[in-house]
Ligand binder design. Structure first.
Ligand code: FAD
Length: 499
């Protein structure tokens, strides 16, 4: 039974991670009342430390935290260094040679999420969001017509409260307990079914300048490692391995991680003089599994899913926080447009869902090609990650995911032609990596010309350009027939102007 005073807001948001704080801030900035409920007290630990430029220079710019992030001293990430593919030599993927992401905004940060997420949440409170921490949301409340109308939550002394809102947003991440209330279900990916074991080290080796801040990803027989510099001495190190190795990893994580490091000469060398952190927020080894999934629907009247509550796919290209904050921007545009009476609800949220699915689909395909590129015929992990091993069920689930998208984006006429197209895309990507890695001077042009990469960078570049240039960015274009466009300040949806 609920007790206490009954409250009413325009929007109530569950979760204070990047998706929840981004959406809340962008809606509160338009003068709407927003309540954000977070079950932990920040700063709190979270994985997902390697970011992309569109988050920093696009969405964080709109949120108004650019200077604060710059002052936080996070390492600059110029790109990624990969020991991956056919060549035994590591190659670099730099953000700087993209024609769209260039100059002073061609970097991202490697962040300690406890610090980054607190900056975004404190900023939300400063921008007018009512932030309540240490509050656990337990359920969604519907009205008699089946429309979501509010939430139930408990406060630290166990008192239950009910709050009403015109919209409920689930931004509570992969552990969301209310995502099912949107209808549909979570569909897990077979292809990306892996497990991650990770911890933190002091005094690991750094790559030479200018790559010292890059994420390093190293493929080896049992899977691949990430190696993320979080300061001049602290490094986040994680192994992604087969889901079937769960018992081994959970039984004795310490010796499992040691064994995996021993299997991977490059990571072993980088950690030769390092010591594992064993106290504080980084003191324990952690395991995450079943993290690649999408929900079959992202909204219903009165309720929206954003960030990991809706979907996530594989950490190798650092797309998690990008998708979380990008989906928050899309949903904030829909909420702002509907609350201001500018656009009909269905139109606004169909636009949100279609754009979000498209971006998730683009990264899903890009990552499929990324895995397909690596050559190791003796490894169970790597042979299982070949495009030709995509199961029929996996493809069907992908078709369901991107259903309704324009056919030029995703040609999915049947399973066989889909596999053929993905194989061609992967081969083109692998050739581009070979071409780029074989050049004397760093030149990203071949990579950015390959369709997998250019599509993965396209929407992020748009968000970034619009956030930086506003009306000088020119008019947005609809992504679909009959679709809407972003307003010049990025905060609303509009009908496209007649040309
Ligand atoms: P979260 O960050 O999970 O935030 C959700 C918040 O909701 C939490 O603070 C939680 O306490 C709160 N909450 C949960 N339940 C309730 C409740 N009932 N009531 C109130 N509050 C609640 N992404 C990257 O960009 N780069 C990377 O390098 C990267 N590496 C990754 C490695 C691994 C192994 C994995 C699994 C993921 C990785 N990610 C990475 C993904 C990244 O962690 C997520 O995409 C990102 O954190 C999603 O943000 P979010 O705001 O949606 O959710």
């Amino acid at each position: 039974m609920s007790t206490g005073q009954h409250e009413e807001f325009d929007v109530v948001v569950v979760g204070g991670g990047p998706s929840g704080s981004t959406l809340s801030t962008l809606v509160a900035m338009q003068g709407h009342s927003v309540l954000l409920l977070e079950k932990e007290t920040f700063p709190r630990y979270q994985i997902g430390e390697s970011l992309l430029p569109s988050t920093i220079h696009g969405i964080c710019h709109l949120l108004g935290v650019t200077d604060e992030l710059a002052a936080a001293g996070f390492p600059h990430k110029r790109g990624g260094t990969f020991r991956w593919g056919a060549s035994p030599k590591p190659w670099n993927f730099s953000f700087s040679v993209s024609s769209k992401v260039s100059g002073p905004t061609s970097f991202a940060y490697q962040v300690e999420r406890s610090k980054f997420d607190k900056i975004l949440l404190d900023n939300a409170a400063r921008k007018g969001v009512v932030v309540r921490q240490d509050r656990t949301v337990t359920d969604v409340v519907d009205d008699a017509d089946g429309r979501a109308r509010g939430l139930r939550y408990t406060d630290p002394d166990g008192t239950e409260h009910e709050v009403s809102a015109r919209y409920v947003v689930d931004a509570s991440g992969n552990t969301s307990r209310i995502h099912k209330r949107v209808g549909g279900s979570r569909t897990y990916s077979d292809f990306f079914k892996s497990l991650a074991l990770f911890g933190y080290f002091e005094n690991g080796k750094r790559m030479p300048a200018p790559y010292a801040g890059n994420i390093l990803c190293v493929a080896f027989g049992s899977g691949w490692f990430w190696y993320i510099p979080l300061s001049s001495t602290l490094t986040s190190v994680g192994a992604v391995v087969r889901r079937e190795d769960a018992a081994k990893v959970q039984g004795d994580p310490e010796s499992a991680l040691r064994g995996l490091i021993d299997e991977c000469p490059m990571i072993k060398e980088y950690l030769a003089d390092a010591t594992r952190v064993t106290t504080g927020q980084y003191g324990q080894l952690r395991v995450r599994k079943d993290y690649s999934y999408h929900h079959t629907t992202f909204w219903r009247p009165g309720m929206v899913l954003v960030g990991d509550a809706a979907c996530f796919v594989d950490p190798v290209f650092s797309s998690g926080v990008h998708l979380a904050t990008y989906s928050a921007l899309l949903a904030a545009r829909s909420l702002n447009s509907v609350l201001a009476g500018r656009i009909d609800e269905r139109r606004a949220f169909d636009e949100f869902e279609a754009r979000y699915r498209r971006e998730y689909g683009v990264f899903y395909e890009f990552l499929t090609s990324f895995y397909d590129m690596h050559v190791d015929e003796d490894s169970y992990f790597w042979t299982a990650k070949k495009v030709t091993r995509s199961s029929h069920a996996e493809l069907e689930s992908f078709v369901e995911l991107v259903a309704g998208m324009s056919s030029t984006d995703f040609d999915l006429s049947d399973a066989e032609s889909s596999v053929l197209r993905l194989k061609q895309q992967s081969a083109e990507f692998a050739d581009a990596v070979d071409d780029m890695a074989g050049r004397q001077e760093e030149n990203m042009a071949p990579l950015f010309r390959s369709s997998a990469v250019s599509r993965a960078m396209q929407e992020g570049s748009q968000v970034q350009t619009r956030a930086q240039l506003g009306e000088y960015a020119g008019e947005d274009v609809p992504l679909f027939d009959g679709g809407l466009v972003a307003s010049s300040d990025s905060m609303f949806w509009e009908e496209p102007h007649p040309s």
